[in-house]
Design a binder for this molecule. Structure first.
Ligand code: SF4
Ligand code: SF4
Length: 103
């Protein structure tokens, strides 16, 4: 599975469920859960949408992530990708979401 949801941080707002193109996320009580996680292809749409930072993209060894986790927060038009490596080393990458998909 590419996605991790931290219970206790998730507020149950449902934004992740609304954007998942595979309709894989449901609300169970006051928290989001992924149903059929084997169908998740790691598009990260839910991670980018989560206002609470409860959604993380798992960076597996197959994509060079070596087990790190990545969350994202949007502030002032910038996407701040926060990576935490398995040893706790932090790294932040800021991307201007207004121009990031221009070709
Ligand atoms: S990464 Fe994409 S496919 Fe996977 S749960 Fe999130 S929105 Fe759905
Ligand atoms: S967007 Fe974040 S806070 Fe809202 S339901 Fe999904 S995981 Fe929880």
């Amino acid at each position: 599975m590419s996605i991790e949801i931290t219970r206790g941080v998730c507020t149950g707002c449902g934004k992740c469920a609304a954007v998942c193109p595979g309709s894989l996320i449901k609300l169970a009580g006051d928290a989001a859960v992924i149903e059929r996680p084997e169908r998740c292809w790691g598009c990260a749409s839910c991670v980018k949408e989560c206002p609470a930072g409860a959604m993380a993209l798992y960076l597996g060894e197959d994509i060079g992530g070596l087990g790190g986790r990545m969350t994202v927060k949007c502030e002032g038009g910038l996407l701040h990708w926060r990576i935490t490596m398995p040893d706790g080393t932090p790294k932040t990458i800021a991307i201007d979401s207004r121009v990031s998909n221009r070709y």
